[in-house]
Ligand binder design. Structure first.
Ligand code: G3P
Ligand code: CA
Length: 222
C-alpha cells in the first residue's frame, strides 16, 4: 500500500508548501499530493482553499490575486505559496506526484507544465497522477495528455462510477476512506482501477485499509 503525503506532510509542516514537500521526501513517501488552482494572472499556484484566510496571512480569493500579490503572503513558517512549477522542481523524481486541481480552465496550463517537465527529464510521466472532482476538466486533460494517469475523485463511490472512469481511462478512483468498505474496494478492483483513500491519519484506519486491499492512502502524517 502506497503512502501518499497529503499536501506534502501537512501534519508536520504548513500544508502545500515547499517545506512540507521536502519533509515528505525526507520521510520517504511514495507519492506527494498537492492542490493547485489558477490565480488572477494565470499561473497555477499550490493552495487548497479558494480563500486565503485559513492557510495564509492574506484575505480574499486566490482567483482575485495576481501571482505578485500572492508571493508576498506567508503560508506558514515564512513559506511562500508555491507555484506548480516550483513544487514540481522540488519534488522532481524523488517521489511520485498526485496533482489535484481545484478549478476549471486549468487543463491547458497544467498539461503545458507537465510536458515541459517531462521533456526536460525532470519528471517521468509514469510518476504523475492528475486528479480532481471536476470531471469536465479531467476530460480535457485526457485529450491533451493521452498517457497521463488520471485519478477520479469522489467523496463516496457513485453507482455509475465505471461509465465515467472508463470514459476517462482512469488509473485510480480516489475516495474518502469513511465511505469505503471491502466490497467497494473489490468492485473498483474488478473494473481494473486502483483505489486510493483519503485522508487516513490513524493507525487503526490504516490497518483496515491495508486489510481491504486499498492501493494507497493519503495521510497528513506520512
Ligand atoms: O486528493 C485527496 C484529497 O486531498 C481530497 O480532498 O479536500 O483534502 O483536497 P482535499
Ligand atoms: Ca487535495
Amino acid at each position: 500500500m502506497l503512502t501518499i503525503g497529503h499536501r506534502g506532510a501537512a501534519g508536520y509542516e504548513p500544508e502545500n508548501t515547499l517545506l512540507s514537500f521536502r519533509k515528505a521526501i525526507d520521510l520517504k513517501v511514495d507519492m506527494i499530493e498537492f492542490d493547485v488552482q489558477l490565480c488572477k494572472s494565470g499561473e497555477a499556484v499550490v493552495i487548497h482553499d479558494y480563500i486565503l484566510n485559513r492557510t495564509t496571512n492574506g484575505h480574499g480569493f486566490v482567483a482575485d490575486k495576481t501571482l505578485v500579490e500572492l508571493l508576498k503572503l506567508d503560508a506558514g513558517k515564512e513559506q511562500a505559496i508555491p507555484t506548480l512549477q516550483e513544487s514540481l522542481e522540488v519534488i522532481g523524481n524523488k517521489a511520485s506526484v498526485n496533482i489535484e486541481f481545484k478549478c476549471r480552465s486549468i487543463a491547458a496550463e497544467l498539461c503545458r507544465t507537465l510536458n515541459y517537465f517531462t521533456e526536460k527529464g525532470i519528471l517521468h510521466l509514469k510518476n504523475i497522477v492528475v486528479s480532481s472532482f471536476i470531471l469536465d476538466e479531467l476530460l480535457i486533460i485526457r485529450e491533451l495528455l493521452p498517457s497521463v494517469k488520471i485519478g477520479l475523485l469522489f467523496e463516496e463511490l457513485p453507482e455509475e462510477f465505471d461509465a465515467v472512469a472508463s470514459q476517462l481511462q482512469a488509473f485510480s478512483i480516489n475516495l474518502n476512506f469513511n465511505f469505503l468498505s471491502k466490497d467497494i474496494v473489490d468492485r473498483i478492483h474488478a473494473k481494473g482501477y486502483k483505489v486510493y483513500a483519503y485522508t487516513v491519519n490513524k493507525q487503526s484506519d490504516k490497518e483496515r485499509m491495508e486489510t481491504w486491499g486499498v492501493d494507497g492512502i493519503f495521510t497528513d502524517f506520512p
